[in-house]
Design a protein around this ligand. Sequence first.
Ligand SMILES: Nc1nc2c(ncn2[C@@H]2O[C@H](COP(=O)(O)OP(=O)(O)OP(=O)(O)O)[C@@H](O)[C@H]2O)c(=O)[nH]1
Ligand SMILES: [Mg+2]
Length: 346
Amino acid sequence: MSDSAKKDSAEKAIALIRSQAKGRDAHSLAGSLMQGDRAALAQAITCIESGPDELAAEIVRLCLPASGRSVRMGITGVPGVGKSTFIDTFGMALLKSGKKVAVLAVDPSSPISKGSILGDKTRMDRLAADSRAFIRPSPSSDTLGGVARKTRETILLCEAAGYDTILVETVGVGQSETAVHAMTDFFVLLMLAGAGDQLQGIKRGIMEMCDAMIITKADGTNIAHATRAKAEYASALHLFPAREDGWFPPVLTTSALEQKGIDEVVELLSQYTTWMQERSLFNERRKKQNLSWLHESLRSAIIDRFYHNSEVMEKVKKVEVDVSSGLLSPFQAATEILQLYSQRVS
Ligand SMILES: Nc1nc2c(ncn2[C@@H]2O[C@H](COP(=O)(O)OP(=O)(O)OP(=O)(O)O)[C@@H](O)[C@H]2O)c(=O)[nH]1
Ligand SMILES: [Mg+2]
């Protein structure tokens, strides 16, 4: 399908869902989705993604008490590392173990029009076809902050709809890993064997952030490489300072194609969750995440208001001239602008 055809069909689908949602109020949508109605869940998520904002806010408010009872797992790794294939196989293993799985994505670089991750459900064939799983492509937005907020709220709705394992996929090439780390309980970095981390563009900070590392494609002639990479990464992880919570990230090898090592990841997820819960660290991490979400929301709301104040923007334009010609110091200019802003909002 061409890009424009893709965009057309995505827009048509959104328009349809919006028109279906239109006639419904927050109570009816939230009520249905909490009964496990997938169409209502899809409609509610569409409201979060593209409005109406008041309806979305009300739905989130109504669903909040029923949310939170899940394990949120973040999955990152460079393009081609095998994220989608892993999620398909791993998701099926989770379903087999009795879990209800929702798969979301954070991909600010490719809005729907460009074919976002998970837009190609081809590598998640089995999961996409299973009625026990729910898959939703990345919301489109200009900013990472926008995508992250929408995904965070979508997680809450999925939980309220009864999904107990939420998988959030993101491409490991920018700031989006940090955003996904900040919204998940268990953050996993997928790595290729034999490519070297520099080649894979994985920053040290991301390795330091992960709760587990998985070497993918450990099959065929790649098994020996994968085993070696596992030992190398395990010792590399030892070089990082010990974590405050006391958890040490293990390294596993998997083959999603041959379904090897997948049950071990299911087991690890459950062990990790128990380990964290026993030490009250699970809720501790979520509390911290909620607080940073609060401050992030405040920051972005304040910035938004400031930059949408026409009088302030006029003043900014004026002082830009003086600042660039050296007549006014940038600091002095900023102080003057902020003074005007505080007069206008008080
Ligand atoms: N041999 C082998 N190949 C695999 C395995 N998992 C994925 N692949 C192949 O690796 C390629 C990339 O897999 P994807 O699952 O699309 O990787 P991805 O990380 O989701 O890629 P992006 O969505 O582009 O970021 C495909 O050709 C897969 O068939 C595996 O376990 N073994
Ligand atoms: Mg993919």
